[in-house]
Design a protein around this ligand. Structure first.
Ligand code: SAH
Length: 250
């Protein structure tokens, strides 16, 4: 079965003890396009506070699955990431959150992904982290590193969404050839044309070029010109040449 990325990511909360956090986590997920919530030994969450904090993400709460043990909640997942604040870093490999998010996004679309969050008070046990293939850490302040559970869910969901959106735009309608980046040869011809016009107008003294040429080259290198933009600039240069010819013909 093949599913959209958002439907393959499961947010697993281990023994959350505040119903409000469960609701807030559901809201955080839904704002970023995620809906699959798994709860391991949760507190009672069928409460006013939980639904109030969910603020309309009731479908996420109502669809949440409950499990006795963490391994049950993640059994079908090929990528399992345990979240933990920096201070608790153990021997698990820690890679930057953004790279982890991109790695999740790049998994084949038959694969299920779980992001595991710990208890408000004590986080995940070493044994639970051991069930995870990698550790995921939000790069928070060294001196105050522990986020509220739902806030941590929000940050991770946001990074996953950014990874997902970046991929959609890079696979969008391929742009017409004119808007491909200009190649080396096009750029060299443009620079030759630009220098010729600069010399014609007297702006560039070929006997004393100083740093003008490298500076201009650096400026345009930074712009990463497209084919159509090089054409536009060369059109402008040609118009200067024409105007000069016409005024000298008079
Ligand atoms: N004192 C606990 C803090 C738990 S905070 C501890 O030492 O772990 C509740 C949960 O929020 C954590 O288990 C983790 O899942 C998540 N979380 C909080 N801060 C985080 C951070 N900086 N990076 C990643 N996850 C974090």
């Amino acid at each position: 079965m093949h599913h959209a990325f958002e439907d393959r990511v499961r947010f697993v909360l281990v023994e959350p003890s505040h119903a409000g956090n469960i609701g807030a986590a559901a809201r955080a997920m839904k704002t970023m396009g995620f809906s699959r919530l798994a709860l391991v030994k949760p507190c009672r969450y069928n409460s006013y506070e939980c639904y109030a904090r969910a603020s309309g993400a009731n479908d996420v709460l109502d669809g949440a699955t409950s499990h006795e043990f963490l391994h049950e909640a993640i059994a079908d997942c090929s990528m399992v990431l345990g979240t933990s604040a920096r201070e608790r870093t153990l021997s698990w490999p820690v890679e930057p959150l953004r790279e982890t998010a991109e790695r999740c996004r790049a998994l084949p679309d038959s694969q299920q992904i779980a992001i595991v969050f710990g208890r408000e008070r004590s986080g995940l046990t070493n044994e639970e982290l051991g069930l995870c293939g990698a550790q995921l850490t939000i790069p928070s302040s060294d001196s105050f590193s522990s986020l509220n559970l739902a806030a941590a869910v929000q940050v991770v969901a946001y990074e996953l969404r950014c990874a997902s959106l970046a991929n959609v735009s890079s696979h969008g309608d391929s742009e017409p050839d004119r808007d491909e980046p200009a190649n080396h040869q096009d750029l060299e011809r443009f620079h030759a044309h630009l220098q010729a016009v600069m010399e014609q107008t007297g702006f560039l003294d070929p006997d004393q070029p100083r740093l003008l040429v490298p500076r201009v080259r650096r400026l345009f290198a930074r712009a990463e010109l497209k084919v159509s933009e090089v054409q536009l600039l060369r059109g402008f240069l040609s118009s200067i040449e024409r105007a000069r010819r016409e005024s000298s013909d008079k």
